[in-house]
Write a protein that binds this ligand. Structure first.
Ligand code: CDP
Ligand code: CDP
Length: 224
């Protein structure tokens, strides 16, 4: 059997990264790591504890005393914050609106990258986020930068939210996504950007299955 590889998937919000990464990981028998869920979890704790979200020191110190665990499940991944299952809670609008501020801090990113590299070490992994190809797994043999038009991404998130019972209007969602993309792309530390050796995949007109097949084809090429 070919030696398992690391696959890095980056891109802006709601491009389809986690949905497609899960399918690819399952097909290859690899683990799937949603790094956005880790940033969401620490943001939830900061909000609950009334931490100053603008302080790099406070945010960094909080993470040092926090346990974030990811567990594979039939629906993808369960997220535990200090042993409590927060898989649903980290997707609320309150967390979504604060997460880009929290994840801009150098101390937070430093610790997260360490954790993510430990999780990926020596195994077949599909990891999605914003800085995976550029910082977390710079030597990954397959890097994808996934995007789609902001209108399509907002429409997808709107549909997804509905199934979760969240009723944010479409125009608000689009503005929130655009704002978050801007903050993530313009921050000083490890901003969202395509790694030079990443393959650009526009999913605007692709189905989930088509996008997954495209990545699986590229993975097979690297495995053979
Ligand atoms: O699912 P969605 O695209 O809405 O976001 P996510 O992947 O859950 O990521 C939430 C936020 O975490 C992003 O907007 C970034 O601010 C941050 N993030 C990051 O900075 N670096 C990563 N590797 C992953 C997420
Ligand atoms: O992880 P990321 O924020 O990039 O996106 P996601 O959470 O995987 O996808 C956002 C929504 O778009 C999900 O409800 C997916 O089912 C949907 N999607 C889609 O309809 N068509 C695609 N080609 C990709 C994702």
């Amino acid at each position: 059997m070919a030696k398992p590889i690391q696959i890095a998937i980056d891109g802006p919000a709601a491009a389809g990264k986690s949905t497609i990464a899960k399918i690819v990981a399952e097909k290859l028998g690899y683990i799937y790591i949603d790094t956005g869920a880790m940033y969401r979890a620490i943001t939830l704790k900061a909000i609950n504890q009334g931490i100053d979200l603008s302080s790099n020191e406070e945010a960094g110190a909080l993470l040092l005393e926090t346990a974030i665990d990811l567990q594979p499940s039939t629906n993808g991944q369960l997220v535990f914050l200090d042993r409590k299952n927060v898989t649903e809670e980290i997707r609320t609008q309150v967390v979504t609106q604060a997460v880009s501020q929290m994840s801009a801090h150098g101390l937070v990113r430093e610790r997260m990258v360490e954790l993510q590299q430990q999780l990926a070490e020596g195994r077949g992994v599909v990891m999605d986020g914003r800085d995976i190809g550029t910082h977390v797994l710079p030597n990954a043999p397959l890097k994808i930068f996934m995007s789609a038009s902001v209108e399509e991404r907002a429409a997808r998130r709107f549909k997804e939210n509905k199934t979760r019972g969240i009723e944010t209007p479409l125009h608000e969602l689009q503005a929130e996504i655009a704002k978050r993309d801007k903050m993530d792309s313009e921050r000083d530390v490890a901003p969202l950007k395509k790694a030079e050796d990443a393959i650009f995949l526009d999913t605007t007109t692709l189905t989930i299955q088509e996008a997954a097949s495209e990545i699986l084809k590229l993975a097979e090429e690297r495995l053979s």
